[in-house]
Ligand binder design. Sequence first.
Ligand code: AMP
Length: 182
Amino acid sequence: MIIFTGVAGSGKSVQGRMLADERGYPWLSTGEFLRMIVAGEPRKRMLEGKLLHDDEIIAIIERVFNLISFQEEFVLDGFPRTMKQADWLIDFAQNHGADVSLVIHMVADQATVRERLLARGRPDDHAEAIDERFEEYEQSIKPILDLLKQRGIRVVDIEANRSIAEIHQEIVAVVTEHTKED
Ligand code: AMP
């Protein structure tokens, strides 16, 4: 699996989906699934830019993994977002004959992505929710990336303040190179 991670508005979903289309991989986005199926109080939390609880999201992602051939390559967008999720994913992958082959970390300047998000106008793209999501990213991303690196997983930083086409080209090059090395 290839994990796409980055702050809200960094373009991780656009880029993850473009890579999936190019390669013919499934594209699993936890945010997309949650917006389809979550109801009640957790849905309100999402609109405030807050994370779902780990046990809630893990129960969902386990079912989502059942929808695809988990051992084949796929793009995972929006997961893991906490250390508990990262630990769970590494264990789950090991126990099911899959592995994390690569992490694409979209690195974006927050002033730029704030403008992008306000222009996009999803229901959770208002000022308070954007702050909440930036804060969550700042706190959780570094320890998660450190853990994945410790496990020998390659993490590639991609400069996200560029055109969609340029970024896509770089990601395809990274993935092609990485696949050759395997
Ligand atoms: P995204 O589309 O990735 O920006 O996710 C939108 C929202 O879905 C987030 O702000 C969270 O409320 C929720 N969400 C997505 N992925 C996760 C996750 N791995 N853990 C907890 N909440 C999540």
